[in-house]
Ligand binder design. Structure first.
Ligand SMILES: Cc1cc2nc3c(=O)[nH]c(=O)nc-3n(C[C@H](O)[C@H](O)[C@H](O)COP(=O)(O)O)c2cc1C
Length: 164
């Protein structure tokens, strides 16, 4: 059995979650940024992580979707400024699942990730984005130890699905 953990991370939050997931995997495994993935062959599961950008998957993560073999088992993880469980991060996962339509998506995990201060300052000044920017302030300090512990639990759940 072999697993790939791959991610795009602009400011390091998604990378932290990727490392937590990687640590929770007890089988042959690889960890690398999406930009270093040349092909996806021979993996029983691929964990694919990205930060939510504009309520969707950032362009720099898209190369991975083209490489996914038909029926590849995949699990998504993401970090986002919005609160966990909200409608907006859910929308990003729905986009990711749509992009990976030929793969078999086993599940997804999301947690908050500290938002770049410059972005918050800019959005605070725009009336239509002010409410989101205020919510995103609560992402300060994330991903924290609880988020990383939950990410590990998620990884274990996804691995348990492989044997079913
Ligand atoms: C350009 C940009 C757009 C973003 N758009 C969203 C968004 O639509 N929704 C959200 O919840 N967070 C958004 N964020 C916040 C990031 O998803 C969050 O800070 C994430 O943890 C960053 O992960 P990284 O450190 O792995 O890059 C955005 C951040 C940037 C820089």
């Amino acid at each position: 059995m072999k697993a790939l953990v791959t991610y795009y991370s602009q400011t390091g939050n998604t990378e932290k979650v990727a490392h937590a997931i990687y640590e929770a995997i007890h089988m042959e495994k690889e960890l690398k940024p999406i930009k270093d993935v040349e092909n996806i062959k021979g993996y029983d599961i691929v964990f694919c992580g990205f930060p939510v950008h504009a309520h969707s998957v950032p362009g720099k993560a898209l190369s991975l979707f083209k490489l996914l073999p038909v029926s590849q088992k995949i699990a998504f993880f993401s970090t986002h400024g919005s609160l966990r469980g909200g409608q907006l991060p859910k929308q990003a996962f729905e986009h990711a699942i749509g992009l990976a339509s030929k793969a078999k998506v086993l599940g997804h995990f999301g947690c908050q990730g500290k938002v770049d201060n410059k972005l918050i300052d800019t959005l605070m000044k725009q009336l239509e984005h002010k409410a989101w920017a205020e919510e995103a302030l609560s992402a300060e300090g994330h991903p924290d130890q609880h988020d990383l512990a939950d990410a590990k639990k998620f990884a274990e759940e996804m691995l348990a699905k492989l044997s079913k």
